[in-house]
Ligand binder design. Structure first.
Ligand code: PLP
Length: 366
């Protein structure tokens, strides 16, 4: 796979233009949506992102270990996570329950240091975030911990359920609940340094929800959070590609790959692509997807196997040879095509290449 760090920088600039002056927190969870968290983080910061976000303490520590000094927030951990490591590495911890706050406070006390905490409030996604029921308890405990300087209270944030449907009224419901949550914190004597709500979709379509900071993920990788609304000028950063391992003739009537799901209708030439479902080429794509090879689309034929699949070159007028590069998805063949074929979203498509797939970076100030 090739990851274009100039595309990341371009996309960060587009997001900044939409952010109405709010800071950009680049979401690099899941190894930067499988693009390489450290490299993406550096490229995003160089392009003007102010902060970073990941899911777990371990992901955050990995960025620190790589020498990244920007603020890093992590927001989904079990309450027995290694918060000592987080405090030691100056990582902001998003908490979602009284138990999480207690665990963070215990870690900070044990070290004689102050932990930086943000409160993730549930405003209607009903997933990760402090529930309405536990919110007062969290605020009361937080107030005491702030007074004792065990905790620095950084932010209140929340996450939207329908940001990818810009007309959905639930976004306004969540917005109102978010404002209430901020007001209730203030009633408890807690003034957050900043508040944030917007993911990629909201950053691009709801400038009124930008608050102090926006938290885009997918758009930074160049994929539209709302494909029906177009690409917003974003450039896909990931190209999933493989080099042709073999070109061979197949006679009419011969079957190709396991189960002979495809029988050559005429004498033809096929190319063997050494990437399979163990590498992130979903088996249900068998015979249904194209690769870009030799200047044209080539249809996959027969089953995708663990390590390989086959494409039909016809008379191979283009002269495709072993070693030529086949693009599975990227700028020309959009990850959305796989998403449509698979009944999923491009988020899952770009996070699928794995295992033997080596990552190569181009662009960026390296
Ligand atoms: C993943 C995530 C984001 C980024 O979402 P995108 O749709 O990729 O922009 C923002 N906030 C939270 C809480 C997330 O989990």
């Amino acid at each position: 796979m090739v990851v274009d760090l100039d595309a990341i920088a371009h996309n960060v600039r587009i997001l900044r233009e939409h952010a109405s002056g709010a800071a950009v927190m680049a979401v690099v969870k899941a190894d930067g949506y499988n693009h390489g968290a450290v490299e993406v983080a550096r490229a995003a910061l160089a392009a003007g992102a102010a902060e970073l976000a990941v899911t777990t303490v371990a992901e955050a520590v990995q960025l620190r270990t790589a020498g990244i000094t920007a603020p890093i927030l992590c927001w989904l951990n079990n309450s027995d996570a290694n918060f000592t490591a987080a405090v030691a590495a100056d990582i902001e911890i998003g908490i979602c329950s009284p138990a999480h706050l207690r665990a963070v406070a215990a870690a900070a006390r044990g070290m004689g240091r102050t932990a930086t905490v943000s409160v993730k409030v549930d405003t209607g996604l009903n997933r990760n975030g402090v529930s309405q029921a536990e919110y007062p308890q969290v605020l009361t405990a937080l107030r005491t911990l702030v007074d004792e300087q065990v905790v620095r209270f950084r932010a209140i944030f929340s996450h939207l359920a329908h940001a990818d449907e810009p007309e959905h009224r639930n976004t306004d419901v969540q917005h109102a609940r978010f404002l209430t949550a901020i007001a209730v914190a203030k009633e408890h004597g807690l003034e957050p340094e900043l508040v944030h709500l917007a993911n990629s979709a909201a950053t691009l379509t709801r400038p009124d929800l930008a608050f102090d900071l926006v938290r885009p993920g997918i758009a930074m990788y160049g994929l539209s959070p709302i494909p029906d609304l177009g690409d917003f000028g974003l450039r896909p950063a990931m190209t999933f590609q493989a080099r042709v391992a073999l070109v061979k003739q197949v006679e009419a009537g011969e079957g190709v790959s396991y189960g002979h799901q495809w029988i050559a209708p005429h004498d033809t030439t096929v190319a063997l692509i050494p990437a399979g479902y163990a590498d992130g080429v979903f088996r249900p794509l068998s015979g249904r997807f194209d690769v870009w090879l030799g200047g044209a689309r080539r249809r996959s034929v027969g089953r995708v196997c663990m390590d390989q699949f086959v494409v039909d070159l016809g008379d191979n007028a283009a002269g495709v040879r072993e070693g030529d590069i086949a693009v599975l998805f990227g700028a020309e063949l959009h990850a959305q095509e796989w998403a449509d074929l698979l009944g999923t979203i491009h988020y899952e498509v770009v996070t699928s290449p794995r295992g033997r797939v080596a990552r190569r970076f181009v662009g960026g100030a390296r």
